[in-house]
Design a protein around this ligand. Structure first.
Ligand code: GDP
Length: 527
């Protein structure tokens, strides 16, 4: 065990690693762009692009990246801002919503939840929120698109509490909405941030007030909106939750901010507050107890494996979240599962349109490792005494298909392909009993197509997929005898753990009522 190193300590303490959770179209990409802009990362990235010329080979995903201006396939974006090092982990959300999206959350120390003011809490947000909840990480809420007419703010807070089960503390409060949107009142700092359509951050006007009843507010936003603001703040003060940093840290209270990402309104305020409240990397559970990020030498775990980053090379990249100490290029580390030492010669970090070779990184950072096929989701890499971080959980898929190889002669390639591709973790593999038929489960239905395509392209195997009517999987926990008695009704996951599949919530409820001696888990976390 190495000693605390003062330089590491500073580096690690300034890191903030988080993921954005939201439903498609709530404004995640827009928000990410604005955040990168504050870090100066977008401008720099533009320069990098200008320096390189068009001879640079581009692939489809790079094209998409360019169009969007930021990376859609890379796993983390990092930038410096006001003395902090910020790592935003990408949570694929549209077509490519998959288990990766959930797993990414296991690598985050905090989550930012973006909610569309008109739509409120939507399906995908609920799913991602649940994962954050299980991990007990702090969750920060940004209610977006206040320039459009939406739900009443009180209604939204009530919805967050009712649907997600988390209490909230509005850090600021909107003054009007839609065409009447005039700004926000900052409850902590007692100041007003005036909204101007299309304003950039330099133009946003702040003014200090003595409180919500300061007549200055009325002069600037009009008497009606001022009146309404006073009433609403009074109601919040009386009936709302109190600010409590401890509850925020445990993910039991979410600070709420209102704004409009596209107009860059409220984004900087959000970022500044977020940096103050979000935690730096904290100790993480392992097979030998808690691993302290500051005093323990380098360690980390693989949370995502991505294939075909460069279609020309069919390479895979494994993404590692560093959990302790310092990483240095060329370092030799232990690959604990394989019991082997490996040299990390060419780690990469991804920023905007560029991959850059990493020379050094610290706990909190994410690095990409070229993977010749030696990594699996959940693998621990470390130096010193070997240990393993907790197993990466699996989450309930929502679409299921039986899979068979078309040409029985290719059974071997099929087995190999299926095993390798399911190891990447976007598709789960189950076996039926006693026939040992293979069932695939995915969170996003596109994954079936990706798997079919890749089996053909990379392994020369054609498959037949038959969609099954299941929608839910539950990992079972109970006495061996009780589980054995259900063997005919269950399938097993890749680790041989019993799992039951259901066609509806109703079926699940019936089973839970019938088998009282069995616990039904939504994920394999902790099993
Ligand atoms: P994502 O799917 O969550 O990444 O959402 P995007 O960032 O791509 O945004 C979805 C749509 O909402 C785009 O057309 C954005 O221009 C728009 N949008 C984002 N933020 C705002 C906002 O503050 N106000 C309005 N009116 N539109 C917004």
């Amino acid at each position: 065990m190495s000693q605390k190193n003062p330089q590491w300590e500073q580096e690690i303490a300034k890191r903030r690693t988080f993921a954005i959770i939201s439903h498609p179209d709530a404004g995640k990409t827009t928000m990410t762009e604005k955040l990168l802009y504050y870090g100066g990362a977008i401008r720099e990235a533009g320069m990098v692009k200008g320096r390189k010329n068009s001879k640079h080979a581009t692939s489809d995903w790079m094209e998409i990246e360019k169009k969007r201006g930021i990376s859609v396939t890379s796993s983390a974006m990092d930038f410096e801002y006001k003395g902090h090092r910020i790592n935003i982990l990408d949570t694929p959300g549209h077509q490519d919503f998959s288990e990766d999206t959930y797993r990414t959350l296991t690598a985050a120390d905090a989550a930012v939840m973006i909610i569309d003011v008109a739509k409120g809490v939507e399906a995908q947000t609920i799913k991602l929120f649940k994962v954050c909840r299980m991990r007990g990480i702090p969750i920060f809420t940004f209610i977006n698109k206040l320039d459009r007419h939406g739900k009443d703010p009180f209604e939204l807070l009530e919805e967050i509490e009712r649907v997600l089960g988390i209490r909230s503390y509005p850090m600021n409060w909107p003054i009007g909405m839609g065409s009447h949107f005039s700004g926000v009142y900052d409850r902590m700092k007692s100041r007003v941030e005036l909204y101007q359509d299309g304003s950039q951050h330099e133009d946003i006007r702040f003014f200090e007030v003595s409180g919500p009843d300061d007549p200055l507010i009325g002069e600037r936003v009009g008497q009606d909106l001022w009146q309404q603001l006073q009433e609403e703040i009074a109601l919040l003060d009386v009936a709302g939750d109190a600010f409590d940093m401890e509850l925020i840290g445990k993910g039991e209270l979410t600070p709420v901010f209102f704004g409009s990402a596209i107009n860059n309104f409220g984004v900087q305020t959000f970022l500044d507050n977020f940096l103050q409240m979000a935690p730096p990397p904290s100790p993480k559970k392992s097979s030998v107890g808690l691993i302290d990020p500051y005093s323990h030498p380098f360690s980390g775990f693989i949370f995502k494996i991505q294939a075909n980053m460069n279609p020309a090379h069919r390479d895979r990249v494994a993404f590692l979240r560093i959990c302790s100490g310092r990483f240095e290029r060329g370092m030799t580390v232990k690959h604990v599962r394989l019991g082997k030492e490996i040299k990390l010669a060419q780690p990469v970090q991804f920023m905007a349109q560029d991959r850059e070779i990493v020379e050094e990184s610290y706990a909190g950072d994410v690095i990409g490792l070229f993977d010749p096929g030696i990594f699996q989701i959940g693998d621990t890499l470390c130096v010193g005494q070997p240990f393993e971080y907790e197993e990466m959980p699996h989450f309930s898929p929502e679409f299921f298909s039986r899979v068979m190889v078309k040409d029985a002669m290719k059974h071997k390639q099929f087995q190999k392909g299926i095993m390798q591709l399911t190891e990447e973790g976007t598709v789960q593999l189950f076996r039926t009993y006693p026939m040992e038929e293979l069932i695939l489960g995915v969170v996003g239905v596109l994954q079936f197509e990706v798997l079919e395509y890749r089996l053909k392209a990379e392994y020369g195997v054609e498959i037949t997929l038959t969609r099954l009517p299941y929608q839910i999987a539950r990992w079972l926990e109970g006495e061996k005898a009780a589980l054995d008695a259900l063997k005919n009704k269950t399938v097993t996951d890749r680790y041989g753990r019993p799992v039951m599949l259901f066609e509806s919530e109703y079926q699940l409820r019936m089973a839970m009522e019938k088998y009282l001696n069995i616990k039904f888990h939504e994920s394999s976390l902790g099993l």
